[in-house]
Design a protein around this ligand. Structure first.
Ligand SMILES: Nc1nc2c(c(=O)[nH]1)N[C@H]1C(S)=C(S)[C@@H](COP(=O)(O)O)O[C@H]1N2
Ligand SMILES: [Mo]
Length: 543
């Protein structure tokens, strides 16, 4: 009888002699490389999800989204929003995520071609060439990501300053891609067919092979489930209040909008939740002396408060993306004076926010509008969704030029682009507008008794001089009574008592005259891309 060990040795010798044909090797690689690619992709997705939810680091999917949004024009932007409505943000992001996973699968083949493992193999430890290929993958992908998304890396949703955020986001990309390459390298190796060597029994080799493949499958399933869980966690923080703007109860708009009713507009899928231990306000560039403030230091600055109305450029005439709050903070003028003022050559001011939002304007124009850097809104610390811990208010400008979550102010000699500026939205003084809040449109008005027609009018920091009302489609106009505005930068409330004496259908209109004497134009214009113009019009029936 032969001994068992000789038996094994014979098996081993027979096995090592088996070399696969070229075709067989290629077919096996074609099948196994994408399987390893899928495990690697999902591993990377879980990594980015954990970094995103745990440390506020933007995912490559979001960086890609931000990058694309800055490189399309308003027209394409609006078409995209409409195509994906009501999932205008999560729809495209989900597609980008799926695309990224698919790309990771496909890259499995590229890896197989470069790593060039001779089949069948014998061990589970990747060879030098495989490690080198994986390292090259990490390096190439991270470099590409960092170069391409350089301008987007400055964001961190827990509030890191621009410099730290850029570093941490870049490291995040390296981590995502390193995990991808590592899993790809190990999983591919694990999946490849093995032969016995050095006296190991064929059954043992087969059992190990089976276990290794099951391991890769389990990893794929586990990270797949992890991905679903993380996507769910992500959606739970989703900024569903974007575009939120409730109608005033009974048609009476209060002069100050309560914080919970203030309209919200945000570019973000998830808004920043700034940790004040990480956050700083930095003042840099062409200022006398640059500096930085913690949240506590900021509040030691001399502060003022003022009523300021905000209006989104996407607000239709008669729309509700417009609200008023009492904002408290330091004026930009005071802050710059503390830092020795602007140096010669400082022609622009640029703001950076922790969500990566950037916005710049000519310095002299901005200073003339007496901007406020506010940390309080109606006596409360800024709510998260309105820009906690600090936002800028530039009276007279549409909302897009009032950055929230600000972390850096730079005086510079050139214009700095940003999401909406790059897309080509109007930037300039907002158009005079008015709104009829009551009676309700298409409603009934009682014949022979007094019905108050009322609403608001707004012209930025130009103020409102007069509001007129028409009940005959613009043929004749009556002067409404104005409530005194809470400030030069706030809307005014107006009313006019109407006593209709004839039943029938009526067309009600309003128009405002701003502080310079210019009357709101009747010329209609849509919101995109220059801001809406025209009179508010409603129909009512008198009976
Ligand atoms: N950092 C940052 N600031 C931002 C935005 C943003 O997405 N990110 N959105 C802008 C737009 S388009 C508008 S209309 C106003 C809305 O401010 P509110 O949500 O406090 O009403 O914020 C502006 N500031
Ligand atoms: Mo906006």
């Amino acid at each position: 009888m032969q001994t068992t060990s000789t038996d094994l040795a014979q098996h081993a010798m027979v096995s090592t002699r088996v070399l696969y044909s070229r075709l067989r090797s290629i077919l096996i690689s074609i099948l196994l490389a994408p399987a390893a690619g899928l495990a690697a992709s999902l591993g990377a997705v879980v990594t980015m999800g954990v970094l995103r939810l745990g440390l506020g680091i933007p995912t490559p999917v979001e960086l890609f989204g931000d990058f694309v949004l800055k490189h399309i024009d308003v027209g394409t932007f609006i078409r995209l929003l409409e195509r994906f409505a009501p999932h205008s943000k999560t729809g495209p992001l989900s597609l980008a995520l799926l695309g990224m996973i698919a790309l990771g699968v496909v890259l499995g083949w590229l890896y197989a071609v470069i790593a060039l493992v001779k089949l069948p193999t014998s061990g589970y430890r990747p060879a030098r060439r495989e490690w080198l290929t994986a390292s090259a993958f990490t390096l190439a992908m991270a470099t590409l990501g960092i170069v391409l998304f350089w301008d987007e890396l400055r964001q961190n949703l827990f509030g890191l300053t621009v410099g730290w955020a850029t570093l941490v986001s870049a490291l995040g990309l390296v981590a995502d891609f390193a995990i991808y390459a590592l899993v790809l390298c190990l999983a591919y190796r694990a999946l490849l067919p093995k032969v016995a060597r050095n006296g190991v029994a064929v059954v043992v080799v087969q059992r190990r092979q089976w276990l290794a493949r099951a391991g890769v499958a389990a990893l794929t399933l586990g990270t797949g489930a992890g991905t679903l869980g993380l996507v769910q966690g992500y959606l739970q923080e989703y900024a569903s209040y974007d575009g939120f703007s409730p109608a005033p109860p009974n048609g009476f708009t209060p002069p100050i909008t309560p914080n919970s009713e203030h309209y919200v507009v945000t570019q973000n899928t998830i808004d920043p939740t700034v940790n004040t231990d990480l956050w700083r306000l930095e003042i840099v560039g062409l200022v006398g002396t640059s500096g930085s403030y913690t949240y506590a230091e900021l509040q030691q600055l001399p502060s003022t408060s003022r009523a300021i109305t905000l209006e989104c450029i996407a607000n239709e005439v008669g729309g509700r993306l417009m609200s008023t709050a009492i904002w408290q903070g330091v004026t930009l003028r005071t802050l710059l004076e503390k830092h020795g003022g602007a140096q010669v050559g400082a022609s622009y001011i640029a703001f950076s926010s922790v969500d990566g939002y950037t916005m710049s304007l000519p310095l002299n124009e901005v200073l003339a509008e007496e901007p406020l850097l506010a940390w309080q809104m109606n006596g409360q610390p800024l709510p998260y969704r309105h820009g906690f811990p600090l936002r800028v208010l530039i009276p007279g400008r549409y909302g897009e030029e009032n950055p929230k979550w600000v972390t850096r102010i730079v005086l510079t000699d050139h214009f700095v682009g940003g999401l909406y500026a790059d897309q080509g939205w109007y930037h300039g003084f907002l158009h005079t507008t008015s709104r009829i809040d009551r009676p309700a449109p298409d409603g009934q008005v009682v014949l022979g008794s007094v019905t108050e027609i009322g609403g608001i009018a707004f012209a930025g920091n130009r103020g409102i001089q007069q509001v007129e009302v028409s009940v005959d489609g613009g043929l004749t106009w009556q002067i409404a009574t104005l409530q005194p505005a809470l400030s030069q930068d706030a809307w005014v409330l107006w009313a006019w008592p109407w006593k209709p004496t004839l039943a029938g259908a009526y067309t009600l209109m309003a128009r405002a005259t701003d502080g310079t004497g210019a009357v709101q134009t009747s010329q209609k214009q849509g919101t995109v891309p220059n801001g809406a113009k025209g009179y508010p019009v409603i129909q009512v029936t008198v009976a």
